[in-house]
Design a protein around this ligand. Structure first.
Ligand code: NCD
Length: 328
């Protein structure tokens, strides 16, 4: 494992499978009455959020607390960043406090890379989403959800997603979730198809390790999971499609379209969902939609990442031995 987690593309197949397997161990902690491990006791983790977040921020905080780390939450709103302080000065303030890991979300693509490679701080850096670039823990929790649902909770251990067919639909242009997923799913052996209007596909997409389609209806019967993306209005400076109605009609997932999926296939969404736009309420609330499960899995994945980056070589979960089996 590397010292930082900046991009899903940096993970080898073995790294990724190790994280997924460790997350399975961590998930067992969530089933206990006391959901806490002493693994990161005495370590300090800062959550540095320069961009809005609900799921990612809460889930990192839950993961850190379950591993007994000391947690400092920083959001740009209400900090000296709004007074014009630079990333460098903020980083040096954190370094002065002796932090061991920084979880960073930033509107600028490349900010976590800069933080990890600048020499400003000595801490491990985990990218919690940077601009339109990467969101590696999201891709890991998505892969974890797919492996559990499509391969099996126990059967999945040690396995990747070889041969699974995943369709990712919507605003690929502005989506760090799509980029991270394409990278990781390719590493894990899955076959990825992107479906989007041509205006919402980035230049150079033909070099990505995936297929492209403009027709959702013809790809649905052939996939094991369909992942819907939010249309990221806040990153748009122009009109990328005629109207919202037109977008939903061609690229939204409603009940009729969902019926075209194979029976075992799941519907995924990283959240936040815009109901009525990329997904109807009927689909979002159906048993096939894993959006809420993805959030729960996010805590296990983030515990696994923090443990592997910071925890060292001790076992992540100490299992109590049955009496009588103690080693002499
Ligand atoms: C995504 C993000 O912030 O990149 N959400 C998330 O992390 N769960 C996707 C989005 O905002 O649409």
């Amino acid at each position: 494992m590397q010292r930082h987690l900046i991009s899903a593309a940096d993970l080898t197949r073995d790294d990724a499978v190790l994280i997924l397997d460790t997350a399975e161990e961590m998930a067992r902690v969530a089933d206990r009455p006391i959901k806490k491990l002493p693994t990161l006791r005495g370590r300090t983790v800062v959550n540095l959020f320069f961009e809005d977040s609900t799921r990612t921020r809460i889930s990192f905080e839950a993961a850190e607390k379950r591993l007994s780390a000391d947690v400092i939450n920083f959001s740009a709103k209400g900090s000296s960043v709004s007074k014009g302080e630079s990333l460098k000065d903020t980083a040096q303030t954190l370094e002065a406090m002796g932090v061991d890991a920084v979880v960073i979300r930033h509107g600028a693509s490349g900010a976590p890379y800069r933080l990890a490679n600048s020499g400003w701080i000595d801490a491990a850096v985990i990218n919690a989403g940077d601009g339109t670039h990467q969101h590696p823990t999201q891709a890991l929790l998505d892969a974890f959800t797919m492996r559990r649902r499509l391969v099996g909770r126990d059967a999945g251990l040690g396995q990747d997603l070889a041969g699974k067919r995943i369709t990712i639909v919507g605003d690929v242009l502005h989506s760090r979730v799509a980029r991270s997923n394409v990278d990781l799913l390719h590493t894990l052996g899955a076959e990825v198809t992107l479906v989007a209007p041509p205006t919402l596909l980035p230049v150079g997409i033909e070099t990505w390790p995936c297929e492209i389609s403009y027709d959702l209806d013809s790809t649905l019967p052939k996939c094991d999971a369909v992942m819907m993306l939010r249309v990221q209005r806040e990153r748009m400076n122009a009109a990328f499609f005629p109207t919202e109605r037109e977008y939903s009609r061609r690229y939204g997932l409603d009940g009729d379209r969902m019926a075209k999926l194979p029976e075992h296939a799941i519907v995924m969404h990283p959240g936040p969902m815009v109901r009525g736009m990329e997904i109807t309420a009927e689909v979002a609330d159906s048993d096939r939609c894993t959006a809420v499960e993805q959030v729960a899995n996010g805590v296990s994945i983030r515990m696994a990442v923090l443990y592997l980056l910071l925890g060292g070589n001790e076992p992540a979960v100490t299992h109590t031995r049955p009496t009588g089996s103690e080693e002499k």
